[in-house]
Write a protein that binds this ligand. Structure first.
Ligand code: IFM
Length: 459
């Protein structure tokens, strides 16, 4: 591997990622019933400009055209998610064959072009019926229903999908959907009464992950890879002195949600520091739960967009998080501070801080929203996105060059799409979508990324 030219190993997986509710549209087609996001986005004031995912990129009807885009891009790996409410419209019970058929057609189309499908089983769009029945993630029943849904999917699609991911970004769809004293920016938008109840929702999601892993392995007709996708906060040492590195490591396993999501999933125990801090607000954990949660994984997916600078401090936790100075570069989201080193440190923390040095890691999402415009020539020259992606990919390269098991990179996203509470106002795609006509316009970053893939290096 040539370090100076940022060359990646031949087997490095280049890909692009999307999620069902953000691109599919066709919200009432072929037996699909509402998800919590259909209901949430229909409530005035929940999503910017009243946008919903009812049409989105109309990918449900245009998936063949979108596969052609992937071919043009040169990716050999595509990450997408399966919509629970297309497969089990009521959340449990009867399987909707039209839903299965859609994903079979999509996957067969990918495979016929040599593109490996990587399927996420849950990317936030849980069936509204389960919210109505028992409050979805507030109930332990949700984990059991998730496992049944996984069995329904994997037993029918497992002959052609070998890369499975259970849940995407647990903290977002639990803590941001049920937070106390905040207006939850995520579906279902329920205000629970205590912080304990919030932590209970993420505990149920962890259980769903564990039961989901078991269900995948039991239902898959062929050997397959099973992963969790998480978005931990990444502490980046402000200098690479031994003291600041130790501070970043101390921060990684305790900071914000990390100690209650990635730590139990990978080690089988919540961070003791977090549990002490939570006190009576810690979730109820039943005997055996942590064994279920701590399933062996074939890979870990990391969704990384930003990082938090830390330095060593003479305080009980040994670190302080540093505020971003005024004028620090940020792209088109309030949280999108440009911290390329987050990729390197994210991969390193999983290996060294959590002692998982053999666990293969895939960058399952990285990208940015930019204020893209179509120019008079009909092009979108998103040099800001290229600037961002180039730096992050160099950081990924550093991790690989130092021998960390980073095996692939999926840009978020193949297409502009429904960015949750921000609706269509924020564009994360390397392909511009004109929502009025559904025209796809590959941006400059699309062509740049295609060249990286072609040369297998950061260009
Ligand atoms: O669009 C989201 C995606 O659904 C989950 N990860 C972060 C992306 C950008 O906000």
């Amino acid at each position: 591997m040539n370090v100076a030219s940022y060359q990646f190993p031949a087997a490095f997986q280049w890909g692009a990622a999307t999620a069902a509710y953000q691109i599919e549209g066709a919200a009432t087609a072929d037996g699909r019933k509402p998800s919590v996001w259909d209901r949430f986005s229909a409530i005035r004031g929940r999503v910017l400009k009243g946008d919903t995912g009812a049409i989105a990129c109309d990918h449900y009807h245009r998936y063949e055209q979108d596969i052609q885009l992937m071919v043009k891009l040169g990716i050999r790996h595509y990450r997408f998610s399966i919509a629970w409410s297309r497969i089990l419209p009521e959340g449990r019970g009867n399987v909707n064959w039209a839903g299965i058929d859609f994903y079979q057609r999509l996957v067969d189309g990918l495979l016929s072009h040599g593109i490996t499908p990587h399927a996420t089983l849950f990317h936030w769009d849980s069936p509204q019926a389960l919210e109505d029945r028992y409050g979805s993630w507030r109930s332990r029943e949700m984990a059991l229903d998730f496992a049944d849904y996984v069995t329904a999917v994997v037993s029918r699609l497992g002959d052609r999908i070998t890369h499975w991911m259970t849940l995407n970004e647990i903290l977002c769809f639990t803590h941001m959907g049920y937070a106390v004293d905040k207006i939850p920016p995520h579906a279902p938008g329920t205000q629970v009464k205590s912080l304990k109840e919030v932590w209970q929702t993420s505990h149920h999601a962890l259980l769903a992950h564990g039961l989901g892993c078991q269900a995948i392995r039991a239902a898959s007709p062929i050997p397959c890879s099973v992963a969790l996708v998480d978005n931990p906060v990444i502490p980046v040492p402000i200098t690479e002195s031994a003291a600041d590195i130790a501070a970043a490591q101390a921060a990684f396993s305790t900071i914000e949600g990390n100690g209650g999501i990635i730590v139990p999933a990978l080690t089988g125990a919540y961070s003791p520091v977090l549990l002490e801090r939570l006190g009576a607000n810690a979730p109820d954990i039943q005997t055996g739960d942590l064994d279920i949660i701590h399933q062996p994984l074939d890979a870990l997916g990391l969704n990384l967009y930003s990082g938090t600078y830390v330095r060593a401090a003479d305080n009980p936790c040994g670190y302080v998080c540093l505020a971003y100075p005024t004028g620090y570069p940020r792209l088109h989201m309030p949280w999108l501070w440009v911290v390329p080193d987050a990729i390197y440190w994210g991969v390193r923390h999983v290996g060294k801080t959590l002692g998982q040095s053999d666990l293969p890691i895939v960058m399952t999402e990285n990208g940015c929203a930019a204020q893209d415009e179509v120019n008079a020539a009909g092009e979108v020259i998103d040099s800001d996105r290229i600037f961002y992606l180039r730096q992050y990919l160099k950081s990924a390269h550093r991790a690989v060059a130092e021998g960390y098991p980073l095996q692939g990179y999926f840009v978020w996203s193949l297409l502009d799409n429904f960015e949750w509470s921000w609706g269509y106002d924020r564009r994360f795609g390397i392909t511009y979508v004109d929502y009025a006509t559904q025209q796809r316009i590959p941006k400059a970053s699309f062509h740049w990324y295609a060249e990286c893939i072609r040369q297998n290096r950061v260009c």
